[in-house]
Structure formats: structure tokens, C-alpha cells
Design a protein around this ligand. Structure first.
Ligand SMILES: C[S@@+](CC[C@H](N)C(=O)[O-])C[C@H]1O[C@@H](n2cnc3c(N)ncnc32)[C@H](O)[C@@H]1O
Length: 241
């Protein structure tokens, strides 16, 4: 299977650190009340494990499943887990995706951060049902809304730049409508030296399925989940009844 993160994988972890600092409090708040007795907590599309680490920290006695399809990102995830004695004990890394990863009958929480746009609408609906069937009563699904909510042009923006040693790792992107509910994000990743000279540059296109708050609420309701939207577009959904 092709790895959509093959070229960008080198950059994702370092550039995701600052955005995760912003997501930290809203995601922790949305994870309130998790009961580890209900079952393992799941991070879907775990990437390099920044969210997995937060999930494990927010649920300090839970066992954790981290599902990640990209071999490059999974290598970073596994390295992060292996480097920490507590994570190493509690986190199992699964090579799979949102629909094919084997899941236990009951889950104590599900985190799906910065990833839902990868799923086409039909897969997304199947994913909500898959999760809703396993979430214990009161156990949260945490997912975030990411702009644009409709197919729209988004001008090029630099998302972040992190200096490591003599080099700066920089990421940015622009989006173009690509269909009734999709945009293409054209991402640009660069390595610059201390004088601002570009040493390397990679361009990667991602098809991204946009989702408005209204449609997300409707889809979750259809799967038997009631959603509450918090800061930074972080959504907490629990089973109705
Ligand atoms: C932008 S990254 C976010 C990673 C991580 N959740 C974070 O917030 O740091 C999107 C992630 O979704 C994963 N992904 C892509 N398609 C997926 C699918 N069908 N099922 C599960 N994860 C998927 C990618 O491999 C990648 O790790």
C-alpha cells in the first residue's frame, strides 16, 4: 500500500509539537470521565504519537491501542512508545486503519485527532458506527473539526517552522476545491540552513474530505452519538442513552 506520508513523515513530528500544545487542554477536557475499567482507549490515525502520549497521560491506568497505517509515521510512533517505560508497558501499536484495525468489543475512549478528513464520507460513517458500537456508556469519542468546512480556496500559509541544530524545518500549504466535499491540500515542506538557503523542498498533495459542524453532528447522531463542540473545534461525543 502506498504511504501518503512517505515524503512528509520526516517533518510531521517536529512540526506537530506546537499545534499539539494548543490542542492539549481542549483534548484533555474532552477526555474527562474516562473509566479504564470500560476497556482500552484507542488513538486512531495516531501519527507519530503526540496524541497517544496525551491520551495515555490523561488515562494513566488505561491500556492504549494506537492504530497507524503509515509505516513512516508508525516508526516514529513506535520509537516514542519504546523510549518511555510507562508507554512501553501500556501502548500497543497496530498497523492498520480506521476500518480494518482489529478492535476489542468495548472501548473506554476513542481519539481521532487531525485525521477525519482522510476518510471519504462513506468510510467516515462506517467509522462512527464501528466506534459507537464499542464505546461504553459515557465513554467519549474525541475528534476535531478542521477548516475549511466547505470546499474553498485557502491561500498558502506557513503552518510552522522549527529550528533544530543549524537547520530549520518548515511546513506550509494551500487548499483548492477538488469536488463537492473535498479539497486538495498542497503541502510544502522545506529544510533551510542558518542563512535561509533552501537545502531541500518536498511538495505533497492530500485529498481531504471537508466536514462542517452541522454535518458532523448529524452523522454522529445517526450513529447514536451526541456531540458537544469545545474550544479549537474539539468535539466530544458520547452514546445517547
Ligand atoms: C495529520 S496526521 C495526524 C496524526 C495524529 N493523529 C496527530 O494529530 O498528531 C493524519 C493521520 O491519519 C492517518 N490516516 C490516514 N488515513 C487513515 C485511515 N484510513 N485510517 C486511520 N488513519 C489514517 C495518517 O497516516 C496520519 O497519521
Amino acid at each position: 500500500m502506498e504511504d501518503g506520508y512517505e515524503a512528509s513523515g520526516e517533518f510531521i513530528d517536529v512540526l506537530s509539537g506546537p499545534p499539539w500544545q494548543v490542542l492539549n487542554d481542549p483534548v484533555r477536557a474532552a477526555l474527562r470521565g474516562v473509566d479504564p475499567e470500560h476497556g482500552p482507549v484507542l488513538d486512531v490515525g495516531a501519527g507519530t504519537g503526540l496524541g497517544t502520549q496525551l491520551l495515555a497521560d490523561a488515562c494513566p491506568t488505561a491500556t492504549v491501542l494506537a492504530v497507524e497505517p503509515s509505516p513512516v509515521l508508525r516508526a516514529v510512533l513506535l520509537s516514542r512508545v519504546a523510549a518511555d517505560a510507562d508507554l512501553r508497558e501500556r501502548v500497543t501499536v497496530l498497523a492498520g486503519d480506521a476500518l480494518d484495525a482489529p478492535l476489542p468489543e468495548r472501548l473506554g475512549a476513542v481519539l481521532a485527532a487531525n485525521m477525519i478528513g482522510h476518510l471519504p464520507p462513506q468510510d467516515r460513517r462506517e467509522f462512527w458506527h464501528r466506534v459507537a458500537a464499542r464505546l461504553a456508556p459515557g465513554a467519549p469519542l474525541v475528534v476535531n473539526l478542521q477548516p475549511p468546512a466547505e470546499p474553498a480556496v485557502v491561500g498558502f500559509t506557513t503552518f510552522g517552522a522549527v529550528r533544530i541544530g543549524r537547520h530549520t524545518y518548515e511546513g506550509g500549504g494551500a487548499a483548492e476545491p477538488a469536488g463537492p466535499d473535498t479539497v486538495t491540500w498542497r503541502m510544502r515542506y522545506r529544510v533551510l540552513d542558518g542563512d535561509g538557503v533552501v537545502l531541500r523542498e518536498h511538495t505533497v498533495d492530500y485529498l481531504w474530505h471537508v466536514l462542517s459542524e452541522h454535518d458532523l453532528r448529524a452523522e454522529l447522531a445517526e450513529a447514536g452519538l451526541r456531540a458537544e463542540v469545545g474550544p479549537m473545534g474539539v468535539v466530544r461525543a458520547v452514546r445517547v442513552g
